[in-house]
Design a protein around this ligand. Structure first.
Ligand SMILES: Cc1ncc(COP(=O)(O)O)c(C=O)c1O
Length: 398
């Protein structure tokens, strides 16, 4: 029998992608499924971006691109980061990859040695821990609960840093909680990190533009951490381009060089057509980003109100798109034995998926399908409020 490596066997499958796949299979069989798994805007990619891709095909952008991405795209990313976040990067500090996911994995694989510790506040996106395991690092999770709005404090951070800590992986706005660290909250974390010169801060800012707080601070803007912050971002969420697979890392030149070497050996540069589309996204009108953000905000308001009606649930109000985190406060005996995964008509994630038992992420990335009557199965089990299935949700459209 063919041997599968220890490294591969120790990895968990991506539960969000597995659920998404399962929902597609059920839908193909005619089942009316509400997919609450993967984070994907339901909007189409804006026309001016699609037009740029068509033009790129006609202009024969069909050859390998530089491994780090076209210079014109890296310049467009640098200009965008300077204008929106006030942080300056040279194109040599930016490496474009196949989505933010690859950009992030590249960075972890380029920095982490076996046994190095990586601090990950939880609830956390499903892939962080697995990527650290792939690099043979040690994930050190730091729990933050609903009472602290799912954000870790400076004392918590200080308490987990050891001489083996090599990286802190922050995600703000957060998937899955929707929490957004304020400038002052980040500043208090920076005050801890500035005394840890061997620690690189990886700041996953992929949800930066789907933010309802009206303000965003990039970790890269703190001068005390200069030369030690790597920003991860991309076009997937902000421009409804999940399938185009363009993301990037921006950080110190030596990390960008290491990432380019790694990527050059296993995927080469990202799709040249998609890069041209991403360039149009960064250089064109940003109105589409704001229009989508407003639509997500309306949906957030509705779903938070409805979820708060579920008996035994505490619901936080997400500050960004990612989801409303709910905590089931009922005693064990009264809690449903099964989670969303098992509810006919809805597909959610197992409650430990994001490393936070007894919590469920709700997200409403797509308009709710045409379910007209309350679902008895859910009502009996108290899993979803009947109104989550009501026709009024159908009014939440773009
Ligand atoms: C927090 C977070 N980071 C990174 C990614 C990866 O984004 P991309 O689709 O650009 O690879 C995701 C995707 O869901 C995410 O939720």
């Amino acid at each position: 029998m063919t041997q599968i490596s220890e490294r591969n066997r120790s990895l968990a499958v991506s539960q969000t992608l597995a659920m998404s796949q399962r929902s597609a299979e059920l839908r193909a069989k005619g089942v009316d499924v509400i997919n609450l798994s993967v984070g994907e805007p339901d909007f189409n990619t804006p026309d001016h971006i699609k037009q740029a891709a068509k033009q790129a095909i006609d202009d024969n952008f069909s050859f390998y691109s530089p491994v780090a991405g076209f210079l014109s795209l890296r310049k467009a990313i640098a200009a965008n980061l300077a204008q929106v976040n006030g942080v300056e990067y040279a194109p040599e500090q930016i490496v474009v990859g196949n989505g933010a996911k690859q950009a992030l994995c590249n960075v972890i694989l380029s920095i982490i040695n076996p046994g190095d510790e990586v601090v990950i506040p939880t609830p956390a996106w499903v892939s962080y821990v697995e990527m650290v395991k792939l690099a043979e690092g040690v994930p050190v999770t730091v729990p933050a609960d609903i009472r602290q709005n799912f954000k870790i404090t400076d004392e918590q951070l200080r308490s987990v840093i050891t001489p083996r800590t090599r990286m802190v992986l922050l995600c703000s706005p957060s998937n899955p909680t929707g929490a957004v660290y304020t400038h002052d909250e980040l500043r208090s974390l920076v005050n801890v990190l500035k005394d840890c010169p061997n620690v690189t801060v990886v700041s996953d800012e992929i949800y930066q533009h789907i933010n309802y707080t009206g303000s965003f601070t990039s970790m890269a803007s703190f001068k005390e951490l200069e030369g030690r912050v790597v920003v991860i971002n991309g076009v997937s969420k902000a421009y409804a381009m999940t399938g185009w697979r363009i993301g990037f890392m921006a950080g110190p030149v030596e990390i960008a060089k290491a990432v380019t070497k790694l990527q050059g050996q296993y995927t080469s540069g990202a799709s040249s057509i998609a890069q041209k589309a991403a360039e149009a996204a960064y250089t064109g009108s940003q109105q589409c980003v704001e229009d989508m953000r407003r639509a997500f905000e309306r949906r957030r308001d509705l779903i938070c109100g409805l979820a708060a009606e579920v008996p035994g649930w505490k619901v936080n109000r997400p500050r960004s798109r990612c989801g409303s985190r709910s905590r089931d406060t009922r005693p064990e005996s009264q809690r449903p034995r099964r989670c969303f995964l098992s509810v006919p008509g809805s597909l959610g994630l197992h409650r430990t998926t994001f490393r936070r038992p007894r919590h469920q992420r709700l997200r409403r990335p797509r308009p709710i399908p045409s379910r007209r009557s309350p679902c008895g199965h859910c009502r009996r089990r108290g899993i979803l409020p009947p109104r989550l299935h009501s026709p009024q949700l159908r009014h939440i459209r773009r």
